[in-house]
Design a protein around this ligand. Structure first.
Ligand SMILES: N[C@@H](CCC(=O)N[C@@H](CS)C(=O)NCC(=O)O)C(=O)O
Length: 219
């Protein structure tokens, strides 16, 4: 029996962490349900504590014949999906390339606090670039250098960071959105990468849902 997947996510316009496993699930092509916990409300903290193991979204609930498993944290969810769906190629096949792709994913997962703080995800809005701290500028420069290096090496083989779409792209998708929201200056290859990411049907759908949230006064 195929497992039943449910992604518990936050308000799409804002929930950068939720976007990552959403893209991985869409890439695999499995059907999955979505349950939303609205962010930035008086009720958010309580709902998070009641409905998620760590008081945060995203969570992937996996229901199977022999029981239900909750997986939390965006990177853990992506890794679990890669393990369960090897044919989807969520990591590069080549071991050396995979090691570097994992480093990219881990780097964005554990760092860049100033970038997150000053350029918070606001998927469907276009906003002025705030005055950036030096630390934020350095973090933006690091992301752009890392993307440029990956795209120069592997981009020609598929257009994504490591050629074919991978978890590395899932992990950086919120940064792509942030750079477009705040109009961060991008080189031609990075701009082409950002456009390719935004053209993914899953990113388009996420954007439509984020727009609907804004129209409904939810984001
Ligand atoms: N490291 C976690 C971070 C998850 C996270 O911080 N999620 C935010 C929403 S995007 C959250 O749940 N915040 C709790 C709140 O707003 O009360 C992950 O990768 O999933």
């Amino acid at each position: 029996m195929t497992p039943r997947y449910t992604l518990i996510l936050g308000t799409r316009n804002w929930s950068s962490w939720s976007l990552r496993p959403y893209l991985a699930l869409r890439h695999i092509g499995v059907t999955f349900d979505e349950e939303l916990i609205p962010l930035r409300r008086d009720t958010t903290g309580g709902e998070m504590r009641r409905r998620t193991p760590a008081g945060r979204v995203p969570v992937l609930r996996i229901e199977e014949m022999d029981g239900t498993t909750a997986v939390w944290d965006s990177l853990a969810i992506c890794e679990t999906l890669a393990e369960r769906h090897p044919a989807a190629g969520l990591w590069p096949k080549d071991a050396k390339m995979r090691a570097v792709a994992r480093s990219y994913a881990a780097e964005i997962h554990s760092g860049f606090p100033d970038l997150r703080d000053q350029l918070s995800m606001d998927f469907a809005r276009r906003l002025p670039l705030p005055e950036l701290r030096e630390t934020t500028q350095a973090q933006i420069a690091r992301v752009l250098a890392a993307w440029s290096a990956a795209l120069a090496g592997h981009g020609p083989d598929g257009g994504f960071l490591f050629g074919c779409f991978s978890i590395a792209d899932c992990m950086y998708a919120p940064v792509v959105s942030r750079f477009l929201t705040y109009g961060v200056a991008l080189s031609a290859p990075v701009h082409a990468y950002a456009e390719r990411m935004m053209a993914l049907p899953a990113m388009q759908d996420w954007g439509k849902a984020a727009q609907a949230e804004i129209a409904a006064g939810l984001a």
